[in-house]
Write a protein that binds this ligand. Structure first.
Ligand code: SAH
Length: 391
């Protein structure tokens, strides 16, 4: 096996089981590994540190897998990690059949993301190491996940680009999915477009939708950034009086309306457009809501963009607060990993001050358990949110 050596003092993070080693930390190699090959990583004094997958096209040159010397990373090793990932999700099966089965580094499997959507698996191979094992993963998933009709690949997005890998789509095994796959989540039904370029369904918000629905009773609800209506459907099931859907995507609004109707509800109104404008327009026309849900896309994709993103979050929360009637609720989220919980709460606090409103946080939100946070990799914690009463 090829060995590579870390620069002096650069082993600390790796020894704490953080799975990423950047190109600048590596100084010497005993050979030239192929893309995705597993190599031995040693400290500058020759001490064993870990085994990791080599990613030549990425700044993250190695993704570490195993820290115990003497254990080899082979098919049985990958199968054991998959078993652990599946065991974590098993208790969720009674509540839903749309969930993430493997969450890459957070499950000890760098670059591998597996979403279950009804009887289909949607798999992303986001690193050279994961990509190299496409056949093995298809076989293992077929063996270990029961009741499947097909496995499709949807390897795209920025992650793969940063790894220097082309997009790759297609059926890896079994039947191609129908245009829409019907799934259930805590008693609600959703039709998910598995073939869609975008993520078909945000299962990371499952528990948060459940809690938000608890305060929806009797409320006129605004679901801003509604996508396919996850919050809207659960709010109506929670006996909201009506729901206004807002999103910049016409297709998302159509899907959200469809999902509401499938559950026996009709939206009060659909508003297509930029939320920054929509919220202002609603305020101008004097509209008020008992509950506003704000679930914007990732406004801070990098650490460098945090300042700008915080201004965006502040503005959205300020506008949203102006729409909440006294005693009503705001459920506000950020899925930017680079924005931490403290920053996010501060943003809401500043927005409350500027809006002249008193805000009481009653619950803090995170990502659903099918998106675990690995403590040795803080980057795996990205979704945060607050449920707040507004006076
Ligand atoms: N709340 C949703 C997920 C939201 S995903 C759920 O529970 O499923 C983010 C959504 O924001 C996407 O549907 C996207 O179309 C929309 N979006 C992105 N930028 C926007 C903008 N500037 N104004 C309004 N919607 C936007």
């Amino acid at each position: 096996m090829i060995t590579c050596f870390l620069a002096p003092g650069r082993e600390k993070l790796a020894l704490n089981h953080h799975p990423w080693v950047f190109s600048g930390a590596l100084v010497r190699w005993t050979g030239t590994p192929e893309a995705g090959e597993v190599v031995r990583v040693c400290a500058s004094d020759g001490r064993f540190v870990a085994l990791g997958q080599f990613n030549p096209g990425s700044k993250i040159r190695l993704r570490l897998l195993e820290w115990n010397e003497g254990i080899s990373v082979d098919t049985a090793w990958y199968a054991a990690r998959l078993d652990e990932a599946l065991a974590l999700r098993r208790p969720l099966e009674h509540a839903t059949d749309v969930l993430r089965l493997v969450f890459a580094e957070a499950d000890g499997l760098p670059g591998l993301v597996v979403d279950k959507v009804g009887a289909w698996l949607v798999v992303q191979f986001l690193t050279a190491g994961a990509d190299r094992l496409k056949q093995e993963w298809t076989q293992l998933l077929r063996e270990k996940v029961h009741g499947l009709k097909g496995i499709v690949e949807k390897s795209d997005g920025d992650g793969r680009k940063m790894e220097g890998l082309e997009e790759s789509h297609g059926v890896l095994w079994g039947e191609a999915p129908p245009a829409r796959v019907r799934v259930r989540e805590n008693g609600a039904l959703f039709d998910v477009e598995v073939g869609a370029q975008k993520t078909g369904f945000y299962s990371d918000q499952r528990d948060n939708r459940f809690f938000v629905a608890q305060v929806a009773s009797g409320a006129r609800v605004l679901d801003a950034f509604c996508y396919t209506g996850g919050f809207a459907v659960h709010a109506m099931r929670g006996k909201a009086s009506s729901v206004v859907l807002a999103d910049s995507s016409a297709e998302a609004l159509t899907a959200a309306r469809h999902n509401l109707e499938m559950n026996g509800f009709v939206p009060e109104r659909l508003v297509e457009g930029d939320a920054f404008t929509t919220l202002r327009d609603l305020k101008k026309s004097g509209e008020r809501f008992g509950l506003v849900v704000l679930d914007p896309p990732k406004l801070a994709p990098t650490r460098e963009s945090v300042e700008r993103a915080l201004r965006g979050y502040k503005d959205l929360n300020l506008q949203a607060l102006a729409l909440v009637e006294r005693g009503g609720w705001l459920a506000s989220f950020s899925c930017s990993g680079a924005v931490d919980e403290k920053m996010f709460q501060d943003v809401v606090a500043f927005a409350a001050k500027d809006a002249g409103r008193t805000v009481q946080v009653v619950r803090r939100f995170s990502q659903a358990p099918c998106h675990p946070v690995r403590t040795s990799m803080p980057e795996s914690f990205y979704l945060k949110g607050l449920l707040a009463r507004v006076l």
